[in-house]
Design a protein around this ligand. Sequence first.
Ligand SMILES: C[S@@+](CC[C@H](N)C(=O)[O-])C[C@H]1O[C@@H](n2cnc3c(N)ncnc32)[C@H](O)[C@@H]1O
Length: 243
Amino acid sequence: MHNSVLYCVGCGPGDPELLTLKAINIIKNADIIYTPTARENKPSVALSIVEKHISEETEVRQLIFPMIKDYEKLRESWKNNAKEITSSIRNGKRVVYLTVGDPSLYSTWIYIHKEIQNNHKDIEVEVVPGITSIFSFSAELKTPVGEGDEIIGIIPACYNLDRLKIAAECCDTLVFLKDGRYFNNVIDILMESSFPEDSDIFIAQDVSTDVESLQKRKLVDVAKNKNQNNDKYFSIMIAKKKK
Ligand SMILES: C[S@@+](CC[C@H](N)C(=O)[O-])C[C@H]1O[C@@H](n2cnc3c(N)ncnc32)[C@H](O)[C@@H]1O
């Protein structure tokens, strides 16, 4: 590990056995580990995955990324968090930033990285990839996400239903991430799109953890009997267009 480098480590979806050897080596040698969380004292999922590899000398610090839509307040939190991380590095500490899954997929790391690129150019970064929830889920389902010439769309919560309609026409597989509460809303859009009624819908919560729940249903059945149990942040849905 080099001192002027910030290491961002992807911790995988939840099962500690899905951590990479590189992730473990970097975590073991850290002076400070930063874990993102939505509010103070909320347990960090990423931290729980890597906990047993953290040495007693390592200091673990939470960084708050509020789940709000106010862009100015969000930017302020990214700036402050990046400042705290980079000042630790400039003080000679070996610093590691944890993310769930892979750092490049909708993670808080992306905002920290942009801040560093723009305002802390003296700091180098190294990104350690992690197994994303998407591929952990497809492995459990024993179902491919993309085969041959299939097109895959990844949708991070349904902020814009018009864009979803376009994606539903273009894509063979749609993966829905983030807040599971909106899954029910998208089912009607899929029913109205070119997804046949017998398309497969796979829904899970807490993939690759001890409390995982998983459903395999047909689109038409989900439409008739919408599930109220998706009300969880760690929810994922894969819709596969029947050919
Ligand atoms: C901010 S995104 C981060 C994605 C992450 N970087 C990845 O590679 O999977 C968080 C969303 O990822 C999905 N997610 C991550 N881990 C999951 C898990 N173990 N089970 C189900 N969904 C998960 C959920 O949709 C959650 O709301």
